[in-house]
Write a protein that binds this ligand. Sequence first.
Ligand SMILES: C[S@@+](CC[C@H](N)C(=O)[O-])C[C@H]1O[C@@H](n2cnc3c(N)ncnc32)[C@H](O)[C@@H]1O
Length: 226
Amino acid sequence: MSIHTAYTDAAAVAAYAEGPPRMVPGFADMQRMCLLLLAEHAAADARILVLGAGGGLELEVFANAQPQWQFDGVDPSAEMLQLARTRLHIHSQRVRLHTGTMDIAPAGPFDAACCLLTLHFLARDERRRTLAEVRRRLQPGAPFVAAHFSFPQEPGVRERWLARCTAFAISSGIDPDKARAREKGLGAQLPILSPEDDQSLLREAGFSGVELFYAAFGFRGWVATA
Ligand SMILES: C[S@@+](CC[C@H](N)C(=O)[O-])C[C@H]1O[C@@H](n2cnc3c(N)ncnc32)[C@H](O)[C@@H]1O
């Protein structure tokens, strides 16, 4: 299965929520740190933009913790958004979900934004453009939090980090054959960037004060200011 089909195939989407906690080291704590970083600046009734919101995992954490925040979630996968809708039914009054990429996101202005486990799907130019579109919709000074695959891309080193990510998945109980097949897919299909490149793109998109808050095997997370 291609990396992208994983977000439209019915069986894969139904099993989605089991994946990140087993593949992303410290997944729940990473989500919690995102929440805290957004809450540093976002008021109790803030309007929050979530890009790559499919599945609804971070929306659920944020909505449970912040009973007055209003959310707009954007994702091109109707199937992943349906999963999010189901998870978020008790919060449905304050969560709007939009099917598409960043271009269809409401104009805002938003008080904070986040994008988890998603930017690694976007090639460099599209990533820069998307980040600039996020920034354009944020209030000046608003925080943006992103976390995704990001590791050195030199030949040999890239493969070592991919293998470490696979080892982590296997150690979490994922079937070794499936984990190795996924590694091949990731290696061939994902335009993963180095941490230095990722930070540069945030700055090129107009963000300032870029700070690393999360580094876990092949994943990095940053908070930046619009
Ligand atoms: C690994 S899931 C992450 C979902 C959620 N943020 C989480 O942490 O569980 C990646 C999501 O990115 C979405 N996606 C892929 N390309 C995208 C794009 N260009 N813009 C926004 N979302 C995208 C996929 O449809 C999928 O729902």
